[in-house]
Structure formats: structure tokens, C-alpha cells
Design a protein around this ligand. Sequence first.
Ligand code: T1G
Length: 706
Amino acid sequence: MTEMENKAVGYTVQQGVATITMQSAPVNALSRAVRVGLIDGIESALSDDSVSAIVITSSLALFSGGADISEFSGGDLSPNLPEVLDKIENATKPVVAVLPGPAFGGGLEVALACHHRITFAGNQVGLPEVNLGILPGAGGTQRLPRLADPATALTMIVTGKPTSVVKLSGVFDKISDKPEHLLEDTKQYLGSLNAENGIKRTSDITLTMSEEVQGVFDAVSAQTKKAARGFFAPLKCIEAVKGAYTLAFSDGLKHEGKLFMECMNTPQARAQQHFFFAERAAGHVSDFDKSTTERSIEKVAVIGAGTMGGGIAMNFANAGIPVTMLELKQEALDKGLALIRKNYENSAKKGKLTQEQVETRMALLSGTTTYDDLADVDLVIEAVFEKMEVKKTVFTTLDKVCKPGAILASNTSTLDVNEIAACTSRPQDVIGLHFFSPANVMKLLEVVKAEDTSADVIKTCMKLAKRIKKVAVLVGVCFGFVGNRMIEPYGREANRLLLEGASPEQVDRVLTQFGMPMGPFTMGDMAGLDIGYYVRQSRQAFISHDPSYGAVADRLVEKDRNGLKTGRGAYLYEAGSRVPIPDPEVLEIAKQEAARLGVAQRNDISDEEILVRCLYTLINEGACILEEGIAAKSSDIDVIYVYGYGFPVYRGGPMQYADEVGLGEIVDKLSTYAERLGDYGKMWLQPSDLLIKLAQERSSFAKFKN
Ligand code: T1G
């Protein structure tokens, strides 16, 4: 056996078979070292007369996570991946890809360039490049359609979703029934190869654009235009795959390469690649390290079985963790548990859960009306009414009842976790776990560290988030933490624009055209305008200097126009419909409020003004949050906004978007409108110190370190 010195790729020869093993932790990203190792392995095998067949496999749990994304921002790309795959496909000895685990992106493209592919049932593969704002750039758009059925191939590439290998029988020559049978099945398969069937090049397969295939393209194109509104890459994916049916293989590859570069050089690709790392970086925090212990979380309690409490409890049941729900009244408890069962039954009706999974999860959920039953839980999450007095009562009781070392968490969305912690004898065990509604659906979890929260409690909660399939972002204590603090100026400006003469539909249109899933007025109607009303009532100290603050929204609530739930808010809603209908009465209310407050209405409010006043003030607040250390890095804010507020991932998040626009431009535009809006502008639109400083330094949020 000959060993190669390449650490990223192993090479052995045994009984006439050369095995090239990718062994580059953590995911066999196809870095230069791996690409060189693959080429060296193929060349060694081809020049070794004792070798009759070549296997490419992995020593890790997965085959490969694809091209090394960290190389996209520049690096020595030679030999590039297409060159490596060309070498594999044109080898003069049979090359067999053996997948011991998932293959994604370039990883699957390596397998597609091989002459044969073997894996096991239960494995999955994918071409997720579209999630990075690009497309499979190493032949995936040309080879996969030659092996899989047109609809499956096109859908995999356009959606980026992983697909079970059993749906790809045309791609895999052998699918072992169990992973443990893979080795033996590979040996047998290798033994079946001969001069006739050994070399099987995908590129030799010819496709034609039949009427049926054209129908697939028409259907997927229509679906993509709807589902991927605003995204650039999905439509380029469709174009690239079309080339597999209309061009010769080599021309199809060139066409794919051209479209790949068109995608790569876009703000969307930069944004989505930024976001890929941002999401993972959120888990890298300096508040703990490898030596910090983690507390064992095997039993959880949730206080409050309402919408939030029920959703929170479901996350733990879904992860197989027993949950006790507490409500002081049996009726409320029964209602909460019944709602959870209904949610699970609905998922079962949609085929997302089996009935057995429903029962397993329900069996993990229990209820009680007495705090004494919480004596041995490891974590309690309070999800009661958003009033400090109520929360303090709960935590005072928990402090008496719960065992030493139990973590006491509040699901508060805005209140001071330090104040809550101070009413216990164990502030080091108190933390905020801010779930976003619906709590069993939204991926974001703001983990709110109070001044006294201990490192092991922070680490335990950040790791627990992964167990319950949440993306956790660690934030500090201030009103609204990060997400809700930044959404405040966004909503404030939308309401002020209404007072100044804009319509709800104009404001919403501008923000939805930007890429938000819905505009601020539609969002407010969905959430309920009364929520904002009570927040404003509790924050008079912060807003009383501006009598116009939320004025129109307050009048709407006082007229019982609370939004969708009352059939009217900023818009009208027909019974059973969520479609917002513009209502002239709202403009009349705004006009009357403007007159009462002495605010001049105007009809020259531009789309730019709306975007700057809603979005740039949100970004400005993010700069203050960074400066105060409430968020450790700007990419954390991006993760919060994409996962918590639907900020378009093709913009990368508000801070990435600001870096892309340029902080100087953000400062200039805010200053322009601050000037133009007189006293109001001076109150609310002045660029923050950090924003000005970074702009003057021609720096960026991404480069800012507190
Ligand atoms: N490149 C570089 N680093 C990567 C990486 C990649 N492709 N995939 C993962 N990492 C890092 C990640 O940042 C993290 O680092 C660590 O590995 C563990 O990742 C030509 C151009 C494979 C399903 O889009 O989906 O091929 O935070 O926490 O949960 O057509 O990683 O520890 O420092 O996610 O077990 C296409 C991206 C690339 C797949 C594993 N491939 N990766 O999930 O671990 S473009 C992808 C994933 C391409 C070709 C094109 C997942 C995973 P750190 P992790 P995981």
C-alpha cells in the first residue's frame, strides 16, 4: 500500500483497488488541499499497473459538504473543481464514489463525475448552492439531469433542498439497505466491473428538450417566481439546467460556468454567503469556553400554557425532553394541552408527523396547577403576561420551589432580566430565553444574559438551543434586547409617515418591494395594534417628548381597531380573510391627528424617504446596540433579523445590507432627512456616533469589534 503525504486526502492500494479517502474535518470542504489530493490520487492510480479500479470515499460521517465557501472571498483556486472532476470523469480506469454519508454541492458533483456511485438507504444528498446565491458550478446542472428524472433534478437545484437517495435510483448504481452493508456491497460491486461496464461517463448521456420536459420547466419556473420572490440565483439555476437539454455537454458546462460567475458577482451572493457564516458564528461566543461545564437538562417546565407557553413546550417535546406545563387553573391547563394536541394532529394531517410521533410527543407533555411539582426540573421557562409585577411573583415562587442549580428563564420579549433576577436568591441561574411567536415554528431564540448570569448557564442554554433546533443568538439586557429594540424605530417612522400624509399601503409596498415578507402596517395588524399601544403606555418616559409618537396607532386602538383580530386596524379585513383592504377612514384619522398636533401633511413622500426612515433608522439602532455591547457582533444582528423578522436573506440582514450600501451613504441619507424634518428629525433621525465614526473611517459593521 502506498500512503500519500497529503493530510486532507488519504490514498491506499489494496488487492488492485486504489482508495482515495477524503479526511478533511469537519466536512471535507473541497479546499485546495482536498482538490490536489483528489487529482494526485487519480494520477497515482492511473499510473499504477496493479490498480484496476479506483474508489473515492470519506473517512468522516459525511462524504463532503461541497466547495470550501471560505475560499470564495479569494484564494488560490487552482486546480479548480471542474478541472478535478474532468480528471475523474476522463480516467481510463473505473472510478466508484462510495458515500458513507451526505454529499452536498461540489461534494455531490464529485460523485456525479465518477463512473459509479454507491451509498445506503437513509442517506441524503443535495445541491444547496442556490442558498449561497449561486448555482452548482462544477457540472451539477449538467450531470444530475442526465441521471435523475427532470423534475427531481430541477427541483433539487432550484430549491437547494436535500433529497433522499432512494428518490435518486438513476443516480446511484447500488443502494445498500443499511450503512453497515456498504463495505461488503462495495466489494461485490467492484468485483462485477469489467472492460465493458467499468467506464460509464455521465457526460456521454444525451438529453433532449421534449414537450414533457418543457412542461416541467414551465411548472418549476412559475413556482419559483412565486416562492423565490426577489432572489436572483434560482432563475439562473433554471437557465443552467435548461442547457443540459439544449446544448452539447461541453457547451452546457461553459453555459453553467458563465451563469455561475453572473451569480457569484452579485450583492445577493455576498449576502447569502455572509449569512451562511453569520448563522454559525452566532454560536461562537466569548462568554464561555471548552472548560465551562454544561448543566444537564433532562426535565423542563413551562409556566403558562397560552400560545407562547404551548409553543415553547412543543419545542422540548419535539426534542424528546419531558415538559411539565403549569397553569394555576385546570381549565387553562386543559385548554393549553388541547391546543398542542391540535397542532400536532394538524401536522399529522399534512403528513409532517406520524400518529405515533404525535402520541410520543404528547406523552412527554404533562400539566400541573401546583408549583411544588416543579421541584426537580432542571430548567423552568416562564411565559406569563408581559408585566414585571407578574414575572416577579413567578420568579419569587420558583426561587423557593426549584432545586439548587435549576435554571430559571424568562421568555420576556422586552423587560429587564436583571430586575427579574434580583427578586431571586440565585441571580446567577437566571437568564432570558426569548422565543419568537409562533414559538414552535420560528427558528430564532434570543438568549438574554443578565449581569449575574453564570457562564455555565449561558453555555447550557446556547447548546440546548441546538437540541431544540433553534438558532440562538446571545444578547444583553436593554428594552427589547436586539430584535424588538430595532423594530421600534421602524414602526415609529411608519406611523409618523402616516401622520405626514403617506398611506399604509404605500409604506407597506416600499418595504415589501425591498424584500420584507410584509410591511409594518400589515405586520402590526397581524400582531395586534393593542400590543404596541400598551408598550407605548408603559414607555411614556421614553416617548413623552414627542406627542406625535404613535398617535394614529393610539387612535386606532381607542376605536377598537386592533387589527386582523377585530376585522380592522390600519386596514379593513373581510371575515375569514387576511387580505388587507385600504380604508380611507384611516387616512381621515391621520389627517385629524396631524391637524391636532400641528403636523403639516404633504403628498411628496417618496419611496426613498420611506425606505430611509424605516430601514436606516433600524440600522442606526443596530449601531447603538453594537456600541453598547448588547450584541457582540453585527452578524448576530443579521441572524436575528433574518430568522426573527423575515429580513430577506438575499440582503444578508440589516447590517450586511448597510455595509453593502456603504455606511457613508447611510449617514448621508439619515442626515438629509433629519435636516429636512426639523425638530422631529433632530429628535429621531440623527446618525449614531458609531455609525458616523465607522463611515468616517470608511469601515464597516462587519469589521467593528467592541
Ligand atoms: N465550506 C467551508 N466551511 C464549511 C462548509 C463549506 N462548504 N460547510 C460547513 N462548513 C463549516 C461551518 O462553517 C462550520 O464551521 C463547520 O464547517 C461545521 O458546519 C462548485 C460552488 C455540511 C450539512 O452549501 O450545509 O459546492 O462554525 O455547523 O451542522 O458547485 O455545514 O465550526 O467554524 O454546518 O454538521 C455548497 C454547506 C458549497 C453546504 C454540515 N455546500 N454546509 O452541517 O455542521 S458551494 C453547501 C452545510 C459549492 C460547487 C459549489 C453544513 C453541513 P465552524 P456545520 P453540520
